[in-house]
Structure formats: structure tokens, C-alpha cells
Design a protein around this ligand. Sequence first.
Ligand SMILES: [Zn+2]
Length: 343
Amino acid sequence: MFRLFLEATANMNVQDVQDSANEVAGGGGSLTGSSSGDLPVVFIAGVGRSGSTLLDLCLNGMDRVATVGELRFLWENGYRQNVLCGCGTAFHDCAVWRATLDRAFLHGSEDLASIERDKSAVDRWRHLPRLLLPGLRDRRFRERLNRYGDTLRRVIAAAAEVQNATVVIDSSKDPTHGLILAQTPGIDLRVVHLVRDPRAAVFSRSRLRRRPEVVDEVRFMPRQSALESAFEWVLLNRLSEQVAATARRSIRLRYDELTAAPRETLTRLCAALELPESGAPFIDDRRVQFSVNHSVAGNPIRFQQGTVVIEPDEEWRSEMAPADRRLVELVTGRLAAQYGFAT
Ligand SMILES: [Zn+2]
């Protein structure tokens, strides 16, 4: 079943998604909103534990660039669980988020309930066919897609205003969320598809790691079996390719490139996505200065501030069980080779 689905998504014509963007925009418009006034949003696509938070924080340190973290978790993690913002303050006490939500006209629980209804009606795996193929949508789905996309746009635009930014980073990664942003008028979507060696990504997902942003109880980041994670790696990367293909500007980066040469990698990213590269927060080739961030969700490194040394995480090479490693290579081998990972 996985194979059929992968083949279907891999062969899908990107034009379908582009048509859908035009349909939402009222027809005839350009997909990524090149018209003036559209807000540049850098969407980091890919699989969890691929270094997206690290990249997010490097970008956040640049002039007039601000991150919102993994925006798709705003409602659950922020509003409902009141987890810690990246600045270390509880979400509802963070002055930046309070001002952002005020400007976005998102206030009480009534708003939240209706937003969550819209979200679950469009941002779920079972809605992927309709997100990819506009011909499958009915009027009700289109309405909810428009409404939820517009809610996200309002939050992003308000975050830009409050943080005095001209570019906003959303490191949500999930393809359904990315496809919604891609089809939302007013957003000029630019995609970074971040890929990591599947053995490293799978190994990272198998480790037990506490979520430090949950302070009133002990919670852990989700763990998965190697087989599950390997299939998910292929599927999410294939779908991330689809999201990247909907954007006029996109780049695929490897985690090992980012950790081996962070400064050069960021320069390459800015050139590909046509972002002004000013204020890149590097002290030297390995050390980066993390400034305060207001990410609503992401890897625990988002709580780090000050000087951080970027180093590759190669623990999987010595610690991964040989059977898991072979299984992962079997499932992911072809796509991993395509991305340039040596086996
Ligand atoms: Zn904050």
C-alpha cells in the first residue's frame, strides 16, 4: 500500500497543485504570489529530526527575519497546552505572541474552536488527495481551505509586524500544512526541503527525549520503530518534493552540508530563495550566535541562546543496531542515493 501511494505521489503532476493555487486565488494568478505586497514565508519541509530547528534558528538570527517555529502546532501546543515559547516564557505570557494574536484578531476560545474545526477539515493526511488534486474538492472543502489558509496568513503577517520582520520562517515540515500555505493568497512561499541521511534520522527518532517545553508534567518526543520511520522518511520526502515544486523558489539542502559548512550553506539558501543575506549570525565557520526566538514548537535546541557550536550528530554510525541499519537501507536506499547519501 505504501508503495502504491509513493508511486502515485511521485508521479503526480505538479501542475495539479499549481492549478489549485490559482483556483483558490480566483484563477489566473501566479502560484507563489509574486505580486507586490505578498509576504515572503520560508517553509522548511522534510522529515522530523532532520535539523530543521537548527536551520530555523540560524535564519532567525538574520536581519529582519523572524521565526514562528512549527506553526501548525500553534493551536494545540500554544493555546491549549500553554507550552514554553522559544523565549522561555509560557505561551500565554509571551508578550510577542500576545501582541501577534491581538493583531491577527484571534482572541477567545470561540475563535479557537472554529479554527480547529477548519484545521481538522483540511490539514490531515486523509485530505492529501484533495490538497493535491483540486478537482476532488467540493464547495465546503474549498471554503474551509480558504478560511484556514487565511487564518494562518493573518498570524504570519501579524508576527512579521510585531517582530519587525520582512521574512517569516515556518518550520512545520508537514506536507499538508505546506500545501495549504502554498495555496493561500498573500503568501509568497519559498521552500527549503531539508533532507538527512535516513539512518541518522531513523536513529534519532528511536531515542527517548524529553520535551522541555512541557513544564507541568514529564512528556517525551514521539518514538517509532525503525521500519515505520524508514517508510515515513520516503513518504515525507516524496511529498516534500511536491510542496517544493509548488513554490517558485525552492532549494533542497542536506543536513550534513548544513553542519559541515553552515555559513556557506546559508549563503546558498539565501541566493536560491532570493533572500537578502544580511546579519547572518555566524561568529566563525562553526559558531553561531542564537538570538531570542518566539517559536511555538520545535526541537529543544530552540531554548538555547548565545553562542552555539554547530557539530554534526554522527552517533548513529556507532550506536545504531546493524539490523535496523540494514532495514533502513533496504527501504530508503534508492531515494537516499538520489539525494547523495552514500551507503
Ligand atoms: Zn516568546
